[in-house]
Ligand binder design. Structure first.
Ligand code: SAH
Ligand code: MG
Length: 219
């Protein structure tokens, strides 16, 4: 990874350890054998966006970064992952969009990292371009995780890559929704595991048939 962008990613605020970020970057570069853009669900302040945006720049793609920027349930006041200074006092709700924009600007990635601001299921319902690479790191409740699996995994092109963050087999290590609602269903749908780094899992959509009806062809 480009050393300047790596430093920018490591300095950015967010929830992505450096080894997982580098693995994410590497997986996205490798996905460029397949046509199509990259897309992430859950950008927060743009940390993973820089790892993936750097990959997009290297291989001549773009990254669509989908987030409503109001925080997940687990980011709200009183929850474990809340950061109080991310609340917009004028609105009384979280707003990570200014931080995201600043991160992407400072990394010099505004031409390859394209923010899509809104609810993930709504964007997914209107999305039509097959993806070379999909990274899911959105809401980690059962329903948001299930909706991201249902809405986004069918959009991956045959041979394309699915990366999932915060996958914990053991409940003692973390919440179970990404594991139970995304990782296991993807395997059941015919995705094959390529690598594991920390809580990051990288899977590939096998060419041709996509497995069960839960992950049909790209729409
Ligand atoms: N990938 C980030 C961390 C993402 S945190 C990093 O590297 O630091 C999860 C993000 O998912 C939050 O910013 C939250 O706003 C977003 N999110 C959660 N549920 C969402 C939904 N239904 N639609 C859009 N974004 C959502
Ligand atoms: Mg995460």
């Amino acid at each position: 990874m480009d050393p300047t962008l790596r430093a920018a990613a490591e300095a950015a605020r967010g929830f992505m350890p450096a080894d997982e970020g580098l693995a994410l970057h590497e997986a996205a570069v490798a996905a460029a054998t397949i046509d199509g853009p990259f897309l992430e669900v859950g950008s927060y302040c743009g940390k993973s966006s820089v790892y993936l945006g750097a990959a997009a720049r290297e291989v001549g793609r773009v990254l669509f970064a989908v987030d409503h920027h109001r925080g997940s349930e687990e980011n709200q006041p009183g929850w474990e992952w809340h950061e109080p200074d991310l609340v917009d006092p004028a609105v009384g709700r979280m707003d990570t969009l200014p931080h995201f924009r600043r991160t992407v600007h400072d990394a010099g990635l505004e031409d390859v990292v394209i923010a899509v601001v809104g609810p993930s299921p709504t964007v997914a319902a209107h999305w039509t371009t097959p993806l070379a690479f999909l990274f899911i790191d959105g809401g980690h409740g059962i329903e948001p995780a299930r909706a991201d699996f249902e809405g986004w995994t069918p959009q991956i092109a045959p041979g394309g890559t699915l990366a999932i963050h915060d996958v914990f087999r053991d409940p003692a290590d973390g919440g179970q929704a990404p594991y139970e609602q995304i990782y296991l269903p993807a395997l059941a749908a015919g995705f094959e595991e390529v690598s594991a780094t920390g809580s990051l899992r990288v899977l590939r959509r096998t060419n041709g048939v996509g497995g069960s009806s839960r992950a049909g062809g790209p729409r």
